[in-house]
Design a protein around this ligand. Structure first.
Ligand SMILES: *Cc1c(COP(=O)(O)O)cnc(C)c1O
Length: 435
């Protein structure tokens, strides 16, 4: 960052502090990860300079199929960035076995917006997972475009099992006859049965969309049922378990390809972020390697180990555990005493552990306070941590919980955490260069 350091010391200081924070803290936010140096290079490249509205192909009038030989851009000079976008598209299709991939959405939220518009109309009914039970804002929150443009009917988890109850979801679907059924979650620790959802969607003649943002990496590695055979459209982020740059993507069957493309550009976006699309291509190449599969396996092994150790330390986990990369600690109600999610998040932060508060199903606190903490293992697994380290992390978290009112103790834990993290270097060369 030598140019930045010289030209803009203020900004440099903030960015350098962030680099240090990432390396010295324990990153337990389930939706975060650390990209490779190759992905970082692509994201920080001159491709940011290029306008490229349109696509690196056009639909052939004769065959009604995508033709890469036809120029599909609204700007000149796209011959090289076209190659980058083609690589991203073809690799995405290969990873997930998809008929069509649109790699242009700037984020998961934008991917969702384009996807909904591609198959339903404003005013239509969407059956989707309730936010406080693990859903996402774009699945129907009133403050999101989804909640203001569509009629949202939520489904939740079962009160006893804290897991999806497919008979109950079917019952609601039969009652409300939605135009679209949506599944996928930001805070659901269990596997999702896409085949069951498809059956329900067929029964009520609804379109079926899967938002696999959190679990895309697990699916890419074959460790979670793939939605490809079941969903009409699949949306995802590229920066969570998939370990690419911050961004979104849409996969779909050929019959929806044109509508999806049209709703991404010009429907909801202008020029694509070509540097980010190049970074997606770089990340997708990594996702096709055997090492990536091993990495995803380790994420799950680590999550299982962390969940088990936390349970042994008497933490109450939503649904009793996990079979993915994430888990939710239920800290209990206000009456039961102890810290709220918000309080615990702050205490963990003081101890060098980054996590986020989260509502638990049937939470009695307000969402901004919440009774849960969400934890995930993708980032620490990228650093090379294994089961042994998960046991130590559970111990750190337990110590924070016991000593949540003792600032000094929290500060002492932070020192230990920093020492612990230094054994798993992250972006060491970047840190050295910027000493
Ligand atoms: C993270 C997430 C998104 C949104 O991603 P952004 O890139 O933050 O817009 C959408 N859906 C689900 C299920 C997510 O977890």
């Amino acid at each position: 960052m030598k140019f930045l350091k010289k030209q803009d010391p203020e900004l440099y200081a903030a960015m350098h502090s962030e680099l240090k924070r990432q390396s010295e803290n324990l990153e337990m936010i389930a939706s975060e990860n650390f990209v490779s140096r190759a992905v970082l290079e692509a994201a920080g490249s001159v491709l940011t300079n290029k306008y490229a509205e349109g696509y690196p192909y056009r639909w052939s009038k004769k065959t009604d199929k995508i033709n890469y030989k036809l120029y599909g851009r609204y700007y000149g000079g796209c011959e090289f960035i076209d190659e980058a976008e083609k690589l991203a598209i073809e690799r995405a299709k290969e990873i997930f076995g998809a008929e069509h991939a649109n790699v242009q959405p700037h984020s998961g939220s934008q991917a969702n917006m384009a996807a909904y518009f591609a198959i339903i109309n404003p005013g239509d009914t969407i059956l989707s997972l309730e936010l406080s039970h693990g859903g996402h804002l774009t699945h129907g929150h009133p403050l999101s475009f989804s909640g203001s443009l569509f009629n949202i009917v939520p489904y939740g988890v079962n009160k006893e099992t804290e897991q999806f109850d497919y008979d109950e979801i079917r019952k609601i679907a039969l009652e409300v006859k939605p135009q679209m059924i949506l599944t996928g979650a930001s805070a659901y620790p269990r596997k999702i049965d896409f085949a069951k959802f498809r059956e329900i969607a067929d029964e009520v003649n609804a379109k079926f969309v899967v938002d696999m943002a959190h679990i895309a990496g697990l699916i890419a590695a074959g460790l979670h049922q793939s939605p490809i055979a079941y969903a009409d459209i699949i949306t995802t982020t590229t920066h969570k378990t998939l370990r690419g740059p911050r961004g979104g993507m849409i996969l779909c069957k050929e019959e929806y390809a044109k509508a999806v493309d049209r709703w991404v550009f010009p429907g909801t976006q202008g020029g694509p972020l070509m540097h980010i699309i190049a970074a997606k291509a770089a990340a997708f190449k990594e996702a096709l390697t055997p090492e990536f599969k091993e990495y995803q396996k380790q994420i799950i092994i680590n999550a299982t180990s962390l969940a088990q150790t936390l349970s042994e330390k008497d933490f109450n986990l939503v649904s009793g555990g996990t079979d993915t990369h994430l888990m939710l600690i239920n800290l209990g109600t206000e009456e039961e005493g102890g810290p709220s999610g918000k309080k615990m998040e702050g205490c963990l932060d003081k101890a060098g552990i980054t996590a986020n508060k989260n509502t638990v199903p049937f939470d009695t606190r307000k969402p901004f306070v919440a009774s849960g903490i969400r934890l995930g293992t993708p980032a620490v697994t990228t650093r090379g941590m294994k089961e042994e380290q998960m046991k130590q992390i559970a111990e750190f978290i337990s110590q924070v919980h016991i000593n949540y009112q003792d600032e000094e103790k929290l500060f002492a834990i932070k020192k230990e955490v920093r020492e612990f993290c230094s054994q798993f270097p992250l972006y060491a060369d970047l840190l050295n260069e910027n000493k």
